[in-house]
Design a protein around this ligand. Structure first.
Ligand code: GCO
Length: 446
């Protein structure tokens, strides 16, 4: 059996380090009949947007199978489960709370509590109610206030059943992929939209933090950001400038306003039409202190200088890649964590997502995803190295608990440590899941 290993004296070998698995509502739930439509339903129904023309109508049918899925989570021995709440399941069109949605999540939260598993709840993992998009979505400042209102209602309903709230998951993806590149819902492709949407998302985060502080002071409250560290193709000054610019544009753009209260300086270089609309007081709202920062990491990106656009992303030849085409480069994980720690005064950090898409091979009923085991082995070690260099990292969540709807890629890209047969909805713990379980079980009490 393949094993996951960690350096001998690493704090990650102690039971005080939190291990978990992560999912997101739209990617696993299905159960569309009991909620309002969201932007991903609409996007999936638009021809050509999803690689396998699939949608989230059934997904992993977690809406009906959550009891069994929690049994699996529990059997993995994890300390925590990171799930997201579906806004269109919890709030009706008129803004009032949907009791059906509340009771669904309450059942899950209660069961997790019975099993001794801490609930790490993400309040927004991309499933914006469609009727809010019809009013402008994240381009409309009012959406940030709608989000705050939803958060207040949720917090009052779930109270102390939750261990930790993250306001947003990966605002970069919502803003850039959804409003600037057009490859995620709602599918707007306009360079003038990305930073405007990002600003309203960050404002929504800040407003939600205020609400959480007021109505849920005992939970750990923060945000989850994704990073794809930018490397220059060569050591030339021009390539380095290109990589730094891309880093500011894609990565620092989302963390700097939260931790430093300002956007990266490249904001001044952007044409006026591309800049966010910042009202007085916005940056103070955005930069509320966090109880924790969630960091998602999968891969790095490599850039070269480009005359027309400052930077150009390139694909290195002959490197190892996962099934989704992302380079396997764990060193970037350590370097990212150390560099963020140097640049900013970080709150405690949780790795809220890390994992790999692999085309799974089934041998005699076993899912022999040894490539994924390797990926986890290298990346867990990369985290351990960052800790040994002084970064305060408290926990690690594998993405994902189970194979699920991988956004524009549909169901063909599998990230789970548990295999899902979409014909039968049968779940099988993969070799990576077993290795993760053993690692967690092997911890000691100090
Ligand atoms: C993200 C999301 C997940 C994805 C995962 C793999 O990080 O993009 O949080 O929903 O499924 O990252 O792409």
């Amino acid at each position: 059996m393949m094993k996951l290993s960690l350096p001998k004296n690493s704090p990650m070998r102690s039971t005080s380090f939190t291990y978990g698995v992560a999912t997101a509502s739209f990617q696993i739930e299905g159960g569309v009949e009991d909620r309002l439509p969201c932007i991903w339903d609409t996007f999936c129904a638009t021809p050509g947007k999803i690689a396998d023309n699939s949608n989230g109508d059934i997904a992993c049918d977690h809406y009906h199978r959550w009891q069994d899925d929690i049994e699996i989570i529990s059997s993995l021995g994890v300390d925590a489960y990171r799930l997201s709440l579906s806004w269109p399941r919890l709030i009706k069109k008129d803004g009032s709370i949907n009791e059906l949605g509340v009771s669904y999540y309450l059942s899950i939260l209660n069961r997790l509590r019975d099993k001794g598993i801490k609930a790490y709840v993400t309040l927004y993992h991309w499933d914006l109610p469609q009727h809010l998009e019809d009013d402008g979505g994240w381009l409309n400042r009012a959406t940030a206030y709608k989000f705050q209102d939803y958060v207040k209602k949720v917090v009052l309903a779930f109270g102390n059943k939750v261990h930790s709230y993250a306001t947003l998951n990966e605002p970069f993806c919502s803003a850039y992929l959804g409003y600037e590149a057009g490859i995620h819902a709602p599918g707007h492709a306009d360079v003038n939209y990305g930073k405007k949407a990002a600003h309203h998302l960050l404002l929504a985060h800040g407003l939600a933090m205020e609400t959480l502080k007021k109505y849920s002071p005992d939970t750990e409250n923060g945000i989850v950001l994704n990073f794809t560290p930018a490397y220059p193709e060569t050591d030339s000054v021009r390539d380095k400038i290109a990589a730094e610019y891309a880093d500011d544009y894609f990565n620092q753009w989302y963390i700097k306003p939260i931790l430093d209260g300002e956007y990266p300086a490249i904001n001044q270089q952007l044409p006026k039409e591309q800049q966010p609309e910042i009202l007085p007081g916005d940056m103070e709202i955005i930069s509320q202190p966090l109880d924790f920062l969630g960091i998602n990491f999968y891969t790095r990106a490599v850039y070269r200088h480009n005359l027309a656009n400052i930077y150009e992303e390139i694909q290195l030849p002959n490197v190892d890649r996962t099934d989704i085409g992302w380079e396997i480069y764990p060193q970037a994980f350590t370097e990212l964590l150390v560099s963020l720690d140097t640049r900013y005064t970080l709150p405690p950090v949780f790795i809220t997502e890390n994992g790999a898409a692999m085309a799974d091979i089934c041998i005699n009923g076993e899912v022999a995803d040894y490539g994924r085991v390797d990926y986890y082995d290298q990346h867990l070690s990369a985290v351990a190295q960052a800790i040994s260099q002084g970064v305060d990292i408290k926990g690690y969540f594998a993405w994902s608990l189970m194979d699920n709807f991988e956004w524009a890629e549909g169901y063909r890209k599998r990230f789970g440590i548990v295999h899902v047969d979409y014909e039968t909805q049968c779940r099988t713990i993969k070799a990576s899941g077993l290795a993760y379980r053993n690692l967690i079980a092997s911890r000691t009490d100090k």
